[in-house]
Design a protein around this ligand. Structure first.
Ligand code: NAD
Length: 490
């Protein structure tokens, strides 16, 4: 049924009167799924005021009581797992198994945040001087907000939401306007938790809504995930307004294949990394760098893996790759390929839009392998965010590392080898925040920070785990002296 999406503010579902709306389309079928309102600044203000009003009581709620809501949320997410995964596939296009995978990752973050009574503890040292003690405590920051991208509509809000709440903050989520239905359903589950009104709020919208968040004086901390251009904007504008901010940006992830790599494992894993979620993962392998004799066998095997990938509607069994998010995205990807070919790159397989029988309105792109990329060319440098793997051939691991370290991004770098020495050299020298050794998508578990370097990240503390606890708390240091003659009065 076609839905008009609403905001959730101060414990109430609210229409956004007179707001412009966008259509939310199923990228595999073209079907209209929902209308999403583009909230003006007044809606952000309403959410920020509600969150600010809820903060004093929520921060006084003991951590052990706060996490009870998260235990309940975990149960509700599990009970509604299949329905939520189906919504992700319908609005985003990724196949159902991938949708389930991201939902599992979301739930893992709830589990980790349930440990906040341990993780939020401070430090205490007696006798920093005779009879004087010093300790550091962690207190919540206040009203926090997250601005999320389209490609993980469930997982990415959960890099932040559970930690923000567990630490005693109140919170606003602004989902992607392209995939807003998942968080709408999640918020219905959150509504059933019985949290005090204003502790969690959802505001739909796009750039105007985001800028209102960045400028709002009550919002103290902002987390962002999306493209590098917008991440840079978020980081500078939020910081200029005195906010704590972390902004994760785009990527161009290289994977090195050495001649001693296990070829069949490597090919399977690299193909899953490059073509999984139709290449719309910030950890998708985008450039394979083959070293020496790895060149010909890898090219042959990856060509075959791409050609045999089953493309279609992600709700149908047996489908291995869905569409890209919009027709505009498909045009952008095909345009990049055209220009790459003019720059001298060779198409090994794919390179075109794909028509899937029964889903002629879907935004499908053929799984594509393109080789002989000139290292400085646009296709070798720019994030494609589609099912395209570029291949570059070099002679040595040093050449490959130089290529990686000269790139603009630093989200992930992977190496396939059977040599421990090569692996150590690689993890030591590669300029990237997430490293995979014989791994194609080195996505950190919830108890590790989701790292990212260079133009893939602006800030210092990352999402998830201990970093999230540090980001969502501010430290207070107390030095205490209690004169000993005071105790003699009793
Ligand atoms: P996007 O930058 O277009 O949008 C992200 C968010 O920013 C959305 O909520 C959108 O409403 C808002 N936004 C867009 N334009 C804006 C503007 N001009 N001013 C203010 N706000 C604006 O990103 P996307 O297309 O939704 O997501 C894909 C991108 O996200 C890719 O570049 C991908 O690499 C990146 N990503 C990075 C990570 C990571 O961990 N580094 C993870 C997932 C996705």
């Amino acid at each position: 049924m076609l839905k008009k999406l609403r905001n959730y503010i101060n414990g109430q579902w609210m229409d956004v009167p007179d707001a412009q709306t966008l259509d939310v389309l199923n990228p595999a079928t073209g079907e209209l799924l929902a209308h999403v309102p583009l909230s003006p600044a007044a809606e952000v203000d309403r959410a920020a005021q509600a969150a600010a009003a809820a903060f004093p009581e929520w921060r006084r709620t003991p951590p052990v009581a706060r996490v009870q809501y998260l235990f309940k949320l975990k149960r509700l997410l599990e009970e509604n797992f299949d329905e939520l995964a189906g919504i992700i596939t319908q609005e985003n296009g990724k196949i159902l198994d991938e949708a389930k995978g991201e939902l599992t990752r979301a739930i893992e973050n709830v589990e980790v945040a349930c440990g906040i009574p341990m993780m939020m503890q401070g430090d205490f040292l007696e006798d920093i001087a005779r009879g004087i003690d010093e300790f550091m405590i962690r207190q919540p920051v206040g009203v926090c907000a997250t601005i999320a991208p389209f490609n993980f509509p469930a997982m990415i809000p959960f890099w932040y939401l559970p930690y923000a709440l567990a630490c005693g903050n109140t919170y606003i989520i602004k989902p992607s306007e392209r995939c807003p239905m998942t968080m709408q359903r999640v918020m219905e589950l959150i509504d059933a938790l019985g949290l005090p009104p204003g502790v969690v709020n959802l505001v739909n919208g796009s750039a105007e809504t985001v800028n209102a968040i960045l400028d709002h004086p009550v919002i103290r901390a902002v987390t962002f995930v999306g493209s590098t251009a917008v991440a840079r904007h978020i980081y500078s504008r939020a910081a200029a307004n005195g906010k704590r901010v972390q902004a994760q940006g785009g990527a161009k992830n290289p994977v090195i294949v050495l001649p001693d790599a296990d070829l069949s494992m490597t090919t399977r894993i690299v193909a899953d990394s490059a073509f999984g979620s139709a290449g719309q993962r910030c950890l998708a392998s985008s450039v394979a760098i083959t070293v020496g004799e790895a060149r010909n066998p890898f090219m042959e095997a990856i060509r075959e893996a791409a050609a045999s990938r089953v493309v279609g509607y992600g709700l149908n069994p047996g489908v291995e790759m869905g569409p890209v998010i919009t027709p505009q995205s498909r045009e952008r990807i095909l345009g990049l390929l055209d220009r790459g070919i003019k720059d001298g790159a060779q198409v090994a397989v794919g390179g075109h839009a794909k028509t899937v029988s029964g889903y002629e309105n879907g935004n499908f792109v053929e799984p594509t392998v393109i080789h002989d990329l000139a290292p400085g060319s646009e296709l070798a440098r720019i994030e494609v965010f589609g099912p395209v793997l570029g291949v570059i051939h070099v002679d040595t691991i040093e050449d490959a590392l130089n290529l990686i370290n000269s790139g603009q991004y630093g989200n992930q770098a992977c190496l396939f080898t059977s040599s421990g020495a090569a692996a150590r050299k690689f993890r030591y020298e590669a300029d990237a925040g997430n490293i995979g050794i014989n791994i194609g998508v080195a996505a950190p578990m919830a108890f590790f920070p989701f790292s990212g370097w260079k133009d893939s990240f602006f800030g210092d503390l990352h999402g998830q785990g201990k970093h999230a606890v540090e980001f969502f708390t501010q430290t207070k240091v107390v030095i205490e002296r209690w004169p000993s003659d005071w105790s003699r009065k009793f």
